[in-house]
Ligand binder design. Structure first.
Ligand code: HEC
Length: 195
């Protein structure tokens, strides 16, 4: 009898400690400083605003095969430049990564991407699909990116033979085709260490 009471008490203590920890985490997670959120958002927007015209110009001058070559060089370069100028780490990730070196999400990013998919299915517009959170000693921010009509040339279900050949050459382990218009292609992911 005593033994049972004891184990019940231990159980109750464990549960309440767990709840305490959970609520501590939640209050931290939900409370990043607005300046950090605004900066994360600004860096993500800058990434898109820099890459998009580069991609469009490359498509117009040399077609999609040329644009793949440009993208392969320019996308990582833009991410590196932005990381250097902001002091934050800037990257793009996807649950179906094309660039297996840079775009495979870590566990936090994978959870956020899965959550973006759920939120989109529940009707949230893609522009609003972002997450800002303090994770350990870092502030992290992600903004979803949907596949629009232009994107489907290289990420869609109906890829031309020359584009497919160029993708096979540069990205033999490509997982980033077969998307439908409007689906979430991936996200910009930025992070910075907290003082
Ligand atoms: C000309 C072909 C092409 C078009 C058009 C294109 N992409 Fe990509 N995309 C690529 C290539 C190539 C990469 C890999 C770049 C790298 O190596 O970092 C890539 C990578 C990405 C990534 C990074 C994650 C990953 O899987 O590597 C995202 C996110 C992405 N594209 C979204 C888009 C969106 C959104 C559009 C439309 C606005 C778009 N892409 C249009 C070729 C293209």
């Amino acid at each position: 009898m005593q033994k049972i009471l004891f184990s019940r008490a231990v159980g109750a203590i464990t549960v309440s400690a767990g709840l305490l920890m959970l609520s501590a985490c939640q209050s931290r997670h939900n409370d990043p400083a607005p300046e950090l959120v605004a900066k994360g958002q600004a860096i993500s927007e800058q990434f898109v605003a820099t890459l998009q015209p580069t991609l469009q110009a490359a498509m117009q001058t040399g077609g999609p095969v040329n644009a793949i070559q440009v993208c392969a060089v320019e996308a990582p370069r833009i991410a590196a430049d932005l990381s250097a100028s902001s002091g934050w780490t800037v990257n793009r990730v996807s649950l179906r990564a094309r660039n297996q070196r840079s775009a495979v999400p870590d566990s936090w990013e994978a959870e956020v991407l899965a959550d973006f998919d759920r939120r989109q299915l529940a009707g949230e517009p893609v522009g609003q699909l972002n997450t800002a959170e303090i994770v350990g000693d870092e502030f992290r921010y992600m903004q979803a990116q949907a596949a629009g009509a232009l994107c489907l040339t290289c990420h869609g279900a109906d890829i031309s033979a020359d584009v497919q050949a160029a993708l096979d050459q540069h990205y033999p382990q490509d997982m980033a085709t077969g998307y439908l218009a409007g689906q979430i292609r991936g996200a910009i992911s930025v992070r910075t260490a907290l003082d």
